[in-house]
Unconditional design. Structure first.
Length: 164
């Protein structure tokens, strides 16, 4: 193989080599950007789910302190097991949750909706489910506004008639 000689002893890259290397570099940078964007979206979604889980746990802990016959733990909508299958109890005509609380952007818990609500917490009660003497309470949290609006989180809780 014969060596190429350059005038005045210059050596370097050809224009094609530079263009190819820039193309490879650009593809790598775009891949890193896509990875960063995906990471940011996933982090926001995880934050929404974690906050929803926290609110569901907060409501469940409130219910732990209530008596079995407390009005908040009654099947007030009269839909029994059907109420447990509703995801947020607002999708179909006639669906009514047994209870609802609204969480504002400041973290206040309210019983009436407002424009400042960030989360809505619904619950439905099914009596004697799965066994006699138990109430199954399904708590569903729905994010109302901001990034990742509409994300649902459900948590089932069981209330025993007689504590041991």
């Amino acid at each position: 193989m014969q060596r190429r000689s350059y005038p005045d002893g210059q050596k370097g890259f050809t224009l094609i080599e530079v263009i190819v290397s820039l193309a490879v570099f650009t593809i790598g940078i775009l891949a890193c950007y896509a990875m960063q964007l995906n990471s940011t979206v996933s982090s926001g979604r995880a934050n929404s789910v974690q906050t929803s889980s926290t609110w569901a746990t907060y409501i469940a802990e409130e219910f732990l302190a209530l008596e079995y016959a407390d009005p908040l733990l009654q099947n007030s909508a009269g839909d029994a097991l059907n109420g447990l299958t509703d995801i947020d109890d607002t999708n179909r005509a006639g669906d009514t949750p047994d209870g609802v609380r609204y969480i504002t952007r400041s973290g206040s818990v309210c019983s009436a909706p407002s424009s400042a609500d960030l989360y809505a917490v619904f619950w439905n009660v099914a009596e004697n489910r799965p066994l006699a003497g138990l109430k199954q309470v399904r708590i569903t949290v729905v994010k109302n506004g901001g990034l990742n609006a509409g994300i649902h989180y459900s948590h089932d809780y069981y209330k025993l008639r007689n504590n041991f």
